[in-house]
Unconditional design. Structure first.
Length: 306
């Protein structure tokens, strides 16, 4: 496998604070790579070093097999990135913003090329609209369009779903998946939400206090047998009735959060529970594992101390 992005013993200190501490990671071509950690874990600092915005005190970053420090102009041509919140000229249209940003990059895409990028991120129908009229989710997708202007091989996204509602989060997730599958982009995705990464990433690393906690394939790292499961129904009241009956029999434990039901009991496997719903003519829209990053930290910490 070709390594597109590599960090070797990457370290960054700010006076007495060690923000990143001998960090190692490997991103392979075609990955949707989850970069996970709680707020303050060192994720943004690491990304800034990967983009040559700040320099490490020790260690190095390699992009496409070449040291970033010595080849940054060459290798960064193949990298697109959003670091924190993307900024735009709010009183200009989406199209005009991309046109201006392209000129700042020193490239001159045709109108057709810009429109193809806008179509890819789902904004082609709003290309004439002023950005000030866009929702937060639309601005995030326009930010990804900006990162795509020079057709990079690697896209680095720093918390792209922060502040989005569930619909906006799904739009960004779907876009990231399309970029990987349809456009053969390698994606490096920073997040503090384990469930977001679990839904779309094939590989991930978790860091805490600037150090690597665990790295590997997502299915191998996340043991779904220990996770709670979230169920959604076309009629939640019918699903709750079945769960309540099971609860009386002391076979299940659950809680209701808005339009979702979170099943906590491990006595009935989720696929068996799904069969029970089907047998009772209850339409299950989805069910998926849910485990918080904090819970996962606790589980792997406990395993390492046994």
């Amino acid at each position: 496998m070709e390594t597109v992005l590599q960090a070797k013993n990457l370290t960054k200190r700010f006076r007495n604070l060690i923000a990143v501490d001998n960090l190692d990671l490997n991103v392979y071509r075609g990955d949707i790579f989850g970069f996970l950690g709680p707020n303050g874990a060192g994720k943004s600092t690491t990304i800034r070093m990967m983009l040559s915005l700040i320099y490490p005190n020790a260690g190095e970053v390699l992009l496409f097999g070449k040291p970033l420090r010595k080849n940054f102009k060459e290798v960064l041509r193949n990298v697109g990135a959003i670091v924190e919140k993307p900024d735009f000229y709010l009183y200009l249209s989406a199209y005009k913003n991309l046109e201006i940003l392209a000129k700042l990059y020193g490239i001159s895409p045709t109108k057709k090329q810009i429109m193809e990028i806008l179509e890819l991120v789902g904004l082609e129908k709003r290309y004439k609209s002023k950005v000030k009229t866009f929702s937060h989710g639309m601005k995030q997708r326009l930010g990804i369009a900006q990162a795509l202007l020079h057709d990079p091989e690697l896209i680095i996204l720093d918390e792209p779903t922060t502040g989005l509602d569930p619909h906006g989060m799904k739009e960004v997730r779907d876009l990231i998946t399309r970029l990987s599958k349809e456009k053969d982009k390698t994606i490096f995705l920073s997040s503090h939400l384990l469930n977001e990464i679990e839904l779309i990433a094939n590989r991930m690393v978790i860091i805490n206090k600037g150090k690597t906690v665990v790295e590997g394939n997502v299915p191998d790292l996340l043991d779904k047998s220990n996770a709670d499961y979230v169920f959604t129904f076309d009629d939640i009241s019918n699903g709750i009735k079945i769960l309540t009956d099971l609860n009386y029999a002391e076979e299940i434990d659950f809680e209701i959060q808005k339009d979702e039901v979170i099943v906590k009991s491990k006595r009935i496997p989720p696929h068996e529970l799904n069969k029970i719903f089907i047998q009772n003519d209850i339409n299950v829209l989805s069910f998926f594992p849910r485990r918080t990053l904090e819970e996962y930290f606790l589980s792997i910490t406990q395993e390492s101390t046994k």
